[in-house]
Design a protein around this ligand. Sequence first.
Ligand SMILES: [Zn+2]
Length: 123
Amino acid sequence: MFEPCDCGSGETYIGCCGRLHSGAPARDAEELMRSRYTAYSRGNVPYLLKSWAPETRPAPLALDASQHWIGLTIHRHETTGPDTATVRFTARWRQGTKTGRLTEISRFRREGQGWVYVDGEIE
Ligand SMILES: [Zn+2]
């Protein structure tokens, strides 16, 4: 059965964000951003914490189970330094009969073999 990835890449979950959720390092900030969106969509709190920079990581992280993430659009992936990058994206959500969208510029940092989310500015 073809299980499309939540991030909208058109790949299978296993071949896309699922790889990162299983421990593969993100190759770039956009890949990490996508995997974090999919982790929000699937309620994967351990992965969200693991992919968060230690100094900005919330503890504990509580997700609102009534909020469903229903689509991701990546607008721009920009390298801002040798080990830093930003990704501007819009994520759409549904909560009961309400829908909305969140546009954010997220900052990422290379750490070890992969990347971590540092913080973001909601537009
Ligand atoms: Zn994906």
